[in-house]
Design a protein around this ligand. Structure first.
Ligand code: ZN
Length: 453
């Protein structure tokens, strides 16, 4: 879908051949170097060219995108004026949106069977080839279902490889051991494996001491995983000195970043969601939007936060056109690395995780997750916590350790932070940290109260 395959690969190699996969990944990785623009105008011209071609194709192949354009009385070239859709809209029109002829029922059946058998990269054969199926771990509302074609998977693997492999391109020629501690999407990275690039997948449902011992004996050059799991491995005594630690799948908090960089090595993060490959690290360790492949518009939600409305300029199996994300971001200033793609200062968390508390002025105040985390991360001696809004004006703090002194400082820190936001009369209760579901994504701030209106 990206560019025509070289004749050699098309004629002599079977497309299911691992050699074909590796060549395809390598081609995308090498091509990515040309897309790391330092001139903003050049980046935007590149986006414009991709968008013109992609929107024409999508409008002709996705009945749902055609319908949205028609209802808004827009041509494909006027796509930026399209009213945004979201996960609910995507799920409602799932069968008409995707271009590989799958119904939601077919996809859900395959994905749920895969969850039961712990095969986290289930695929379905379609008229357009093999697609990988995923479900988003949505915290509220309906679960999202996502499709990625094989060509898209190989392209993502190539782009990711280019941005993560230490010492590019020399790193391609040195032996790399990549430890991957993540339950899902292993297949994305398996595509890249070769004699020089070796992968070890550590199943995060295994006991921690066992995982820590395996990680220590493997001693990876690149260590990839959710920060909460990497931190737990570090605390369980894992010894490793990778060239780079890559945080994926969860928000990377400052405290974890500091601990991981002290214990293992320099930490960067990849911002990848089921909605796409959204952000990649630069040579200075900063996170940049993946603007060579995804176009971002932003809605200002106040307090320095923006909500992205993304248009993926590559994905065809399940087009993402003017799709509003639930995530909130803070964008940063220009980065010393010189890349034109905008820098993400922080991923503040999902909007549906934000707390909603009574305001001194009579209305309600939205309290973003990173605000609560900021208050609790400063509590001395607090190793782990969870903050949940359980009722209209009640926030429950689960603390580890749950000692009287820690209760007092945690309560004080959260109350002070809430007062600064103009929140009034919040009831804070404290208790011990409840055990998390093994393998579940860490979520320190949760919204469990639903307003009636
Ligand atoms: Zn940078």
């Amino acid at each position: 879908m990206f560019r025509k395959q070289p004749c050699l690969s098309r004629n002599r190699l079977n497309r299911n051949d691992p050699v074909f996969e590796r060549l395809s990944v390598l081609r995308h990785a090498l091509g990515e170097s040309r897309l790391m623009f330092t001139d903003r105008a050049a980046l935007e011209r590149h986006q414009g060219r991709l968008a013109a071609r992609h929107l024409r194709w999508v409008a002709a192949h996705s009945a749902d995108v055609a319908r949205r354009l028609r209802e808004a009385k827009l041509t494909p070239g006027e796509w930026r004026h399209l009213p945004p859709t979201d996960k609910a809209g995507m799920m409602e029109h799932f069968a008409q949106l995707n271009t590989v002829g799958l119904t939601l029922a077919q996809v859900l059946a395959v994905a749920r069977r895969a969850e039961d058998t712990r095969d986290f990269s289930p695929t379905i054969r379609t008229r357009s080839g093999e697609v990988t199926v995923g479900l988003s771990s949505g915290t509220s509302g309906a679960q999202g279902a996502f499709l990625v074609s094989r060509a898209e998977r190989l392209a993502w693997a190539g782009v990711t490889l280019r941005h993560l492999l230490p010492n590019w391109p020399g790193g391609l020629l040195t032996r790399q051991r990549v430890a991957f501690v993540l339950r899902a999407e292993g297949q994305l990275y398996r595509s890249v494996a070769s004699s020089r690039l070796h992968f070890r997948f550590l199943d995060l449902l295994r006991p921690l001491p066992e995982l820590a011992a395996e990680l220590s004996s493997y001693n990876p050059t690149l260590l990839i995983g959710p920060p909460s799991v990497l931190r737990a491995l570090l605390d369980a005594g894992a010894l490793a000195s990778p060239v780079q630690v890559v945080s994926v799948a969860e928000v990377l908090e400052d405290a974890d970043k500091l601990a991981l960089s002290t214990g293992f090595g320099p930490v960067v993060q990849v911002y990848q969601a089921t909605e796409g490959l959204l952000g990649l690290p630069c040579a200075h360790g900063q996170l940049h939007l993946n603007e060579a492949h995804v176009h971002f518009d932003f809605e200002d939600v106040g307090g320095g936060y923006v909500r992205p409305v993304l248009t993926d300029l590559r994905r065809r199996a399940q087009p993402m056109i003017r799709h509003r994300l639930n995530d909130l971001l803070r964008l940063g200033d220009a980065c010393p690395c010189g890349l034109a793609a905008r820098r993400i200062e922080s991923v503040a968390g999902r909007q549906d995780e934000a707390l909603s508390l009574p305001s001194v002025s009579g209305g309600r105040v939205t309290v973003w997750p990173d605000f609560v985390r900021g208050a609790l991360n400063r509590v001395a001696g607090l190793r782990e916590y969870r903050a949940e809004q359980t009722a209209e004006r009640t926030v429950q703090l689960q603390l580890e350790p749950d000692a009287p002194a820690i209760r007092a400082t945690a309560t004080e820190a959260v109350q002070a932070a809430l007062q600064r936001l103009g929140v009034t009369e919040t009831e804070l209760s404290c208790g011990p940290l409840e055990a998390a579901v093994p393998g579940a994504k860490r979520q320190r701030v949760r919204q469990r109260w639903t307003p009636d209106c």
